[in-house]
Design a protein around this ligand. Sequence first.
Ligand SMILES: [Zn+2]
Length: 255
Amino acid sequence: MYKGSVTEEAREVLRAIELIQLGARMPVLEKELTLSRNRLIRLYRELKSASPPKGMLPFSADWYFTWLPNIHASLFYNIFLFLKDEAKCSRLDALTRAYRLYIEHCECAETERVLSFTRAWTLLRFFEGGLLALTRCTVCSGRFVRHARDAMKPATCCICAPPSRAGVTRAMLASRELAQGAADTADSSDTPDTPTSSSKRRGTSPLSEISEAMRDTLAEVKRAVDPKRNAAAGSSGNAAGKPTSHPFLPRSIPV
Ligand SMILES: [Zn+2]
C-alpha cells in the first residue's frame, strides 16, 4: 500500500503510465517508481492487455559499441544530458522526454528505432555506474558513447568512420538475392529460345544451366523413344524433319 500523499501517488501512477507506454519493463518500473509491484502489474495489464514480460534485462555493455547502436545511443544520451543539465529536468523526466525526442527523430528520419526503452534505461545505468563515458570525436567533435577505460584516448565516432559493411544487413542481402533471382527468371521467360540466348542464360546461374541441359536431354530422349511424336515435333522444331536421337540411345527402337 502506498504511504505517501494522494497527489504524489497520482503523479507516480501517471509516471508509471508514461513509462509503460514507452515500453518500460517491470524491473525498470520497480526501480524508478515507489508504487507496489502488484499495483504496477495491474497498471501494466490494464494498459497493454497482457502480462508484463519476464526474463532478465540486458546486462552487457558491448551492444552499445557496435556501430549502429552506438550512433543511436550517443544521440539519445546527448539529448538526455541536454534536458538534464541545460533544461534542468529531473532524471526521470529527462529520460522519458529524451526517449520521446529520440522516437520523433527516428520517425522524421524514417529510420528504424534501434534503441528500445529498456536499452535506453540500461544505458543510463551504465553511465551512472561509471562503465560508459562520452568521448569527443576527433573529426566532427560530437560526443559519442565509449567504454570508460578508453574515454581519454582520441577516437573517431561511427558516423565519421563507419565500418565497411555498414548498412548491409542480412535482410538487405536476402532481398538483393531475391531481386536478382526474379530478374534472372524474367530474363529467361521474356527472351526467345534461341541458341545464343540459351547459352547466355546458361552462363548466368549454375542451377538454370543444369535445368536447361536436363530439359534438352529429356526432350531428345522423348523424341528418340516415340517416333510418332518425333515426326510431329520434327515438322515444327527440327528444320531437316529428320528424327533426332540421343547419342546414348540406340538409333531405332522397335515400337
Ligand atoms: Zn565524428
